[in-house]
Ligand binder design. Structure first.
Ligand code: ZN
Length: 514
């Protein structure tokens, strides 16, 4: 059931109980937090933070009990909070904990297994201000999706530092899949993903996608698509390799923007015919964004996600000497830098709702090098789950590309609303989980290959300067990281049973069946 409580301001009590409040933080920007690391959350009083939700910014105190926010007020008297631990958040920006709805942990892919598993991946997430992740269950063809979901539970349950959910990739459609769709939705997996790329592996054709869109809609689930035309990519890869073009930079030539625009357009048209909502994952280029804008302008329920790599990195990186460009081989690939401004503007203007990472890390020295002779054998993916919030805080909020409220919306509130986690997750409100990230705008840092939060041998964002750092992160009231050091427990994270997708949350009428 959905919670209905809205943020409220509760009058301050005048109770004169003797204060037993214990300070767990010194003054704001110095943030010498003295929390009991990883301890269970009792009562926590957070004083004087600059709180930012998707709609408001205000200075207030927050009271947390048993992992939930129970009071928000201009001033909450410490005398009232028997035995509360106190966090002094003066000088800090307080946001809803980040939600990354696109990760691949411990994924067997292209002959390798991504080395960030659910433990190291969620630890990196926690240290980087992300308190919820949604990972993709990817079944083999012929495997029941209920079985694949069990496999993912085996990988994740009891091993996550923060809360987690699953999407399921549908790599085929048949009667068994149709029967299993309502079963997995009942288990809290309310979104599916279809690949229009990776021909002969994960790709579905148009007939299958139509059936999936229809069956998902009938059961209240949202379908997302990896929008690249698999036939076009296969054709280009074949001809490039035949011409002896085997270096990493040819990965980019084999994945042109036109193939992404075509698949985006096609998925939108198919979703329109199926009267189903659609979510485009990892949109990388202006050509695809234009397709989304056209669909939105005619009133179609199309939502889009981009990733930090498409906002901040560009295809010049493929021209690095030697094999270095392999570090950024992913699909879609990095684009010409002229795509970056339209994507930032798309976020600002509401055509792009979320930024997720598509975190899928592979070690450069041992795994990326499997494609030394042929770019088509380089495992696709980059690390990023720990970097997303920091990059968007610096290059979004601090550089004036969007407001702190837009930052909250893009990194937490929108993903929570789209993927059935709101308002338990994604906002700072009475009744919501106390998932919070505290940014100190005065602290500076730099991402490097050496200090990466991820379990891999390089960073995709080496030498990126950061203005403002997450000095404290709470997950359900538990301090899971301090000054980007993990202080939590890798068994703390709980599986999130997500709610069905609700078009009316976005002002769209309920879809009518046919
Ligand atoms: Zn992905």
């Amino acid at each position: 059931m959905k919670q209905t409580k809205k943020p409220t301001t509760t009058p301050t009590t005048k109770s004169a109980k003797k204060s037993k409040a214990k300070s767990i933080a010194k003054s704001g920007s110095d943030t010498a937090m003295k929390s009991s690391a990883g301890s269970s959350s009792g009562t926590i009083l957070i004083k004087s933070g600059a709180i930012h939700t998707a709609s408001d910014s205000f200075r207030a105190d927050l009271l947390v009990e048993h992992g939930k926010i129970v009071q928000i007020a201009a001033k909450i008297d410490t005398n009232f909070c028997h035995n509360a631990k106190v966090i002094n958040a003066a000088g800090l920006d307080v946001f809803p904990g980040g939600i990354d709805v696109h990760t691949h942990f411990e994924l067997p892919f292209m002959g390798a297994v991504s080395p960030d598993d659910f433990s190291s991946g969620t630890v990196a997430a926690a240290c980087g201000g992300t308190t919820t992740i949604v990972d993709f269950v990817i079944p083999s063809r012929g495997q029941r999706i209920t079985e694949a979901a069990k496999m993912w539970h085996n990988k994740a349950d009891g091993k996550c530092a923060v809360d987690y959910g699953f999407h399921i990739a549908l790599v085929e459609f048949n009667d068994q899949v149709a029967k299993d769709i309502p079963k997995v939705i009942a288990d809290g997996v309310t979104s599916f993903k279809c690949f229009l790329a990776y021909k002969n592996a994960l790709m579905v054709d148009d007939a299958q996608l139509l059936e999936i869109l229809y069956h998902a809609r009938e059961n209240g689930a949202l379908v997302s698509v990896h929008a690249e035309n698999g036939d076009m990519l296969t054709f280009l890869m074949k001809h490039l390799l035949e011409s002896g073009n085997t270096a990493p930079r040819f990965h980019s030539e084999a994945h042109p923007a036109i193939a992404e625009a075509e698949a985006t357009h096609r998925a939108i048209v198919l979703a329109s015919m199926a009267a189903a909502p659609l979510y485009i994952v990892h949109m990388s280029c202006n050509e695809a964004l234009e397709e989304v804008k056209i669909a939105r302008s005619r009133g179609q329920m199309v939502l889009a996600e981009t990733c930090p790599q498409y906002l901040l990195l560009d295809d010049e990186l493929y021209n690095q000497p030697g094999f270095e460009g392999a570090k950024w081989v992913m699909s879609p690939p990095l684009r010409h830098f002229s795509n970056q401004d339209p994507l930032w503007e798309g976020l600002r203007d509401g055509f792009v709702q979320t930024v997720a990472t598509d975190h899928c890390s592979f070690n450069y020295a041992t795994q990326k090098k499997m494609g030394k002779e042929k770019f088509t054998l380089i495992p696709n993916g980059i690390p990023g789950v720990g970097d997303r919030m920091n990059l968007l805080y610096t290059y979004g909020v601090c550089r004036g590309r969007f407001s702190p409220n837009q930052f909250a919306a893009i990194t937490a509130t929108n993903p929570a609303r789209i993927f059935g986690m709101y308002p338990q997750k994604g906002t700072i409100a009475v009744g919501s989980d106390a998932d919070l990230v505290f940014y100190d705008p005065k602290k500076k840092g730099k991402i490097t290959d050496k200090n990466t939060l991820h379990n891999v041998d390089y960073s995709a964002y080496n030498n990126f300067e950061l203005d403002g750092l997450p000095v404290l992160v709470l997950s359900r009231g538990v301090v899971v990281s301090k000054d980007q050091k993990f202080t939590g427990d890798t068994a703390h994270g709980r599986f999130l049973k997500r709610q069905p997708f609700t078009p009316s949350d976005w002002g769209f009428p309920e879809f009518e069946g046919f």
